[in-house]
Design a protein around this ligand. Sequence first.
Ligand SMILES: [Zn+2]
Length: 96
Amino acid sequence: MPHPDIPPAPCWLCGRVLGARVQQHHVVPKAKGGRLTVPLHPICHKAIHANFTNAQLARLGADRAALLENAELAGFVAWVANKPPDFHAPTRTKRR
Ligand SMILES: [Zn+2]
């Protein structure tokens, strides 16, 4: 549980304030030996995993700028920017 005296960190992906639900994301997948975790909105967490495989995340997962070179993810971040912290919606997948 977060300590009440420490202000909540912003979401690593979108930079918005975090809501009631926070997920810890391994920037390099745990299965690939990653240890560092960052706080994310559940919807942002889903967006990352919807657009990248674990193999891709093992290579560039810790590099936020590299992730945002993905047009789908960059579009998601722009879209979610003005949503409330606890906003959730079904995550778009690559299926069309
Ligand atoms: Zn977020």
